[in-house]
Design a protein around this ligand. Sequence first.
Ligand code: 5GP
Ligand code: MG
Ligand code: MG
Length: 191
Amino acid sequence: MADGTTWHASDIDHVIISEEQIRDKTAELAKQVAADYADAESILLVGVLKGAVMFMADFARALGRVGPPVELEFMAVSSYGQGTTSSGVVRILKDLDRDIAGRHVIVVEDIVDSGLTLSWLLKYLQSRSAAQVDVVALLRKPDALRVNVPVRYVGYDIPSEFVVGYGLDYAERYRDLPFVGVLKPSVYGRG
Ligand code: 5GP
Ligand code: MG
Ligand code: MG
């Protein structure tokens, strides 16, 4: 795994969530959602680009296997830029492609940190008249508990450290790593 065989995996200090843990948790979350949404005709997953792209792909397949049919939508919002701390400013970079009125929507998030992005997004989706809006997030940091943002399905609560991998980037790198890990301090301020 982070054994130095590739340049980017060798930048990882330690793994927080392994590939296997991600796989198992994704299946478990899909089962929970399928049980809760057993009566729904379909579920509209709204993935938040780019970070959630890996989780979205895996979660959609896991849910499709055990639950109602899913449809996929993506939104891109910006809140972080290139750094590692929240700016609190949310901007829509890519909007929904279609109407979500009356739909059962589940926002698929990679990670909830301050919760600012998500709380803004939930208000936005509600303003577009979704019948129901829930959230599934693979990761959540303790800071999120300070904002009143309801995350119905959470994979893992992790410490307040900046993490990369499985969709999560540092300066657009490391998204392709199949696990979630913490970068070596020496990586910051480089390139
Ligand atoms: P929030 O608004 O909850 O603070 O975070 C918004 C977004 O910032 C997350 O969806 C995620 O894309 C990014 N983010 C938050 N924490 C981390 C982190 O530890 N690592 C990376 N790479 N991105 C993060
Ligand atoms: Mg995100
Ligand atoms: Mg980022």
